[in-house]
Design a binder for this molecule. Structure first.
Ligand code: HEM
Length: 136
């Protein structure tokens, strides 16, 4: 089995950045909100200072699911929280694209291996989250 150490180390660098400043979160949401008018409406009442913690929490669940599939229920809950938003597979692809661009921007040791591992980890979590939203 391939070692996921490059992802784990990149995740640690990203979390340090998120904890130290709002810049990662701001960069991510400015990309996401620029992508679609619908997203701007969905986030119209969002307090972005709080969203910094929410993004860290969401990424922590994505990370933990990569470590142990036992926490799948946390992703199910995140999926349920997105149930009424009318999201489809393309919306999750856009979210992932914005996240990959932001990680690339802030991780100074980003390379092809780190990229491939982030993609795989995010894909696995989106598969669980999106299954919930397609019902709602
Ligand atoms: C892997 C994909 C995603 C993860 C891990 C994620 C994570 C989260 C988490 C943890 C929350 C907080 C839930 C709560 O209140 O308990 C949240 C809220 C939210 N998410 Fe996501 N999300 C994802 C994809 C998306 C997508 C594709 C959209 C739409 C473009 C979206 C829009 C929102 C909105 C509008 C909120 C509510 C913000 C607020 O409370 O003001 N999310 N997300």
């Amino acid at each position: 089995m391939t070692s996921t150490a490059p992802f784990l180390e990149s995740y640690a660098r990203v979390m340090k950045t998120i904890q130290e400043s709002q810049t990662f979160t701001e960069a991510f949401y400015s990309k996401l909100l620029a992508a679609d008018e619908r997203y701007r409406k969905l986030f119209a009442d969002t307090e972005f200072k709080v969203q910094n913690n929410m993004l860290a929490m969401g990424l922590f669940q994505v990370y933990t699911y990569n470590m142990t599939k036992m926490v799948e229920h946390n992703l199910v809950k995140i999926g349920q929280a997105h149930g009424g938003m009318g999201l489809d597979a393309n919306d999750f692809a856009v979210w992932k694209q914005c996240m990959m661009e932001t990680v690339a921007q802030f991780d100074d040791q980003y390379d092809a291996t780190v990229e491939e591992q982030w993609e795989n980890v995010i894909d696995a979590s989106i598969a669980i989250i999106a299954k919930q939203t397609s019902k709602g």
